[in-house]
Design a protein around this ligand. Structure first.
Ligand SMILES: [Zn+2]
Length: 666
């Protein structure tokens, strides 16, 4: 373990901007530096680095922390590894002490596993290049596949002999522990070699360490499986590994796309041909862990399917999971009888690239097309098809994306878009409810356990966002059970109060001579009694009476207000003009204006007002919805009709307000 004192020294010495600029380019913006976030896909930079506070924070995806945290996420290393890396960079000596025997044992075990795997790889490589049988069978096989020697070496390809215990004996003689060889699956329970007479593929983790092997059988007509893999160990978790990811990660980031294939040989062939952003799920269907791995580098996946894969439909079903993670999925169907490897050999790199770009289809549209061609005009099957598609669409967290798909699918299926939308929304609300329950359960668990230390560095107040004080639009997506909900009105009320006391007397419209206060107050006069927060309500009402009495609304008036609560709140409001509502950083917020709020009262008051109104209308709508639920079927029918009419009107209002705000509502 690294002593706490050293940890501190490392973190303090490591300059955050210096560390991060090794990986991404940053530009100065005021006292901070900004750049494109490496942890999520973005076109305008919201990744902010504060050299003074020595921390980073992304305002798009919420990732935040110090230098070590950055390395951990960016390079997929552990905390100690990140610290050691930084120590090396800054020439700090690390004396690792205070290790408990268990920790040392665990660390030593892990280190030993890596060391043995490295030894095994050397052995397999050596057998491939330096034995007769290795050369004639193994090397020949790889060369027939068109692999160049440098490719074979880069990927650590190898060979194992037929002899039952050639490797195990050699390893024991070299001093390696037989129990660990068994643990790694290199030796069987009886001390024989696990991999025999096979060409070997080395499997790396993201930082390039060897964690496992796969062996492909070389003898034909044997009942043994074509491929065998190392078992799960402390260092190898199949569901979280993608073959080739170590070699692909840089290119995935650069291309902002990850190509997914099935086999090891596909990865190697494509890589050798210069298509380096490629990984393989190694035959298994994609797991959540694997998707998470890809998502760290890009939200875009392109999946290549063999042309004759009978199981395409089943494979497609598994892809809903990818949609749920808000990733963009494209699929490419290769010509009949071809896999990526064979097709590449056949047509060459240029034509291959051209093909996968031209033939790539959006997953949902591809699926819709495929299913339509299957069900024909059978009405029962058609209903099943609709459900199938709609469920996929519902899993997309982004409502805007959903609506685009609904439009396109309704065209493809020749169905009314409204019907599809209604169906989709049913699933969406189901999903939201499920996620909410999950989230609440987690909250309860957390409350019962230790309070979690907040990793929010709470900075930077100087971040250049206008309307920064304004909380995010209130649309829901399944992935964000929102804690803001209950108090979101208060945040909007706070914005209005702040704008009024800090800039109420500024001109809203120069030509008409209307002040900000006049504009705001005339618009909310009738809902002044609906403020959730009493003190903000009081301030706003007082502004109104000042206005009516033709008195100046000024910050000084409120700061020296005789009511202590009001003066304190006023100071608060004026002091923290850039405060964000809780949870806002989890949402993608796009603001149109980039000036500091003080310079932008007009824009701010306009949008603050719209948001405020939108929320109030939504509230009434929800209340009515509850009332509708409570009504019994034998209740007065005219009552139901009346509420429904009101709801329709409110819905239109919500839509209009949202449109004006440039947001999307469910
Ligand atoms: Zn980000």
């Amino acid at each position: 373990m690294i002593p706490q004192k050293t940890v501190q020294e490392i973190i303090e010495t490591a300059k955050i901007d210096d560390v991060i600029q090794d990986y991404i380019s940053l530009k100065r913006r005021g006292v901070n530096m900004i750049g494109l976030c490496p942890f999520h896909n973005e076109k305008t930079p919201s990744f902010t680095v504060s050299p003074t506070k020595n921390i980073f924070k992304c305002f798009g995806c919420g990732m935040a922390g110090d230098s070590a945290k950055f390395l951990m996420e960016h390079e997929s290393v552990s905390y100690p590894e990140a610290l050691r890396f930084l120590a090396k960079k800054y020439g700090i000596e690390v004396q690792e002490t205070q290790v408990t025997p268990e920790m040392r044992a665990e660390q030593q075990l892990e280190d030993s596993l890596y060391i043995i795997n490295e030894y095994a790889k050397q052995y397999f490589v050596n057998t491939l290049f330096n034995t007769d049988i290795g050369k004639s069978v193994g090397l020949n096989y790889f060369k027939e596949r068109g692999y160049r020697e440098e490719t074979i070496k880069k990927f650590g390809l190898g060979f194992t002999l037929e002899t039952p215990d050639a490797f195990t004996q050699k390893a024991i003689k070299a001093g390696y522990n037989i129990e660990l060889l068994k643990k790694l699956g290199l030796a069987s329970q009886y001390g024989k070699d696990f991999f025999r007479n096979r060409v070997m593929f080395t499997i790396h983790n993201l930082s390039g360490k060897i964690i496992a092997f796969a062996g492909r059988i070389m003898v034909k007509n044997v009942k043994a499986p074509k491929y065998i893999n190392s078992p799960e160990t402390d260092i190898y978790h199949k569901s979280k590994i993608l073959y080739g990811a170590y070699f692909a990660k840089k290119s995935i980031r650069q291309n902002d796309e990850c190509i997914l294939v099935e086999g090891y040989t596909d990865v190697i062939s494509l890589h050798q041909a210069g298509i380096e952003n490629v990984v393989a799920s190694s035959g298994t269907s994609l797991t959540e862990g694997q998707i998470g791995l890809i998502k760290r580098f890009t939200p875009n996946i392109k999946i290549l399917y063999d042309g004759d894969a009978a199981g395409i439909k089943a494979a497609l079903r598994g892809l809903d999971m990818v949609l749920e993670q808000d990733m963009n999925v494209k699929v490419v169907l290769l010509p009949e009888g071809e896999d990526p490897d064979s097709y590449l050999q056949k047509v060459g790199t240029n034509s291959f690239n051209e093909y996968i770009n031209k033939e790539s289809k959006d997953f949902i549209l591809f699926k819709t097309d495929l299913l339509i061609s299957e069900v024909g005009n059978d009405p029962v099957k058609r209903a099943g098809l609709v459900k199938d598609i709609v469920m996929s669409i519902a899993k997309i967290p982004d409502p805007l994306k959903r609506s685009v798909y609904l439009k396109e699918c309704s065209r493809l299926m020749e169905m009314d878009e409204q019907v599809l939308t209604t169906e989709t929304n049913k699933f969406v609300s189901l999903l939201i409810r499920k996620k909410k329950q999950e989230w609440e359960r987690k909250q309860r668990q957390e409350r019962r356990g230790q309070p979690k230390p907040s990793d929010d560095p709470g900075f930077p107040s100087e971040y250049p966002i206008t309307g920064g004080g304004i909380s995010a639009p209130d649309y829901e997506t399944p992935s964000e059970p929102s804690k803001v909900k209950k108090t979101s009105d208060e945040f909007k009320e706070k914005d209005i109060a702040r704008i009024l006391i800090s800039g109420g007397s500024e001109l809203f419209d120069k030509d008409e001579g209307i002040s900000i206060a006049e504009f705001l107050l005339s618009n909310i006069e009738e809902i002044l009694d609906d403020f959730d927060n009493e003190i903000y309500g009081k301030i706003v009402k007082e502004c109104l009476s000042l206005l009516v009495n033709k008195q100046q609304i000024s910050s000084q008036y409120f700061i020296s207000h005789p009511n202590n609560e009001i003066s304190q709140t006023a100071i608060d409001l004026l002091h923290t003009p850039f405060e964000f509502s809780p949870g806002w950083e989890r949402r993608e917020i796009f603001l149109n204006t980039q000036k500091a709020p003080e310079l932008n009262f007009t824009e701010d008051s306009r949008s603050a007002l719209l948001r405020f109104k939108l929320n109030k209308v939504k509230k009434v709508w929800k209340k009515n919805q509850e009332r509708l639920k409570d009504l019994k079927s034998d209740d007065d029918f005219t009552k139901i009709t009346k509420i429904l009419k009101v709801q329709k009107k409110l819905s239109t209002m919500i839509e209009e307000l949202a449109k004006e705000l440039g947001t999307v509502v469910l």
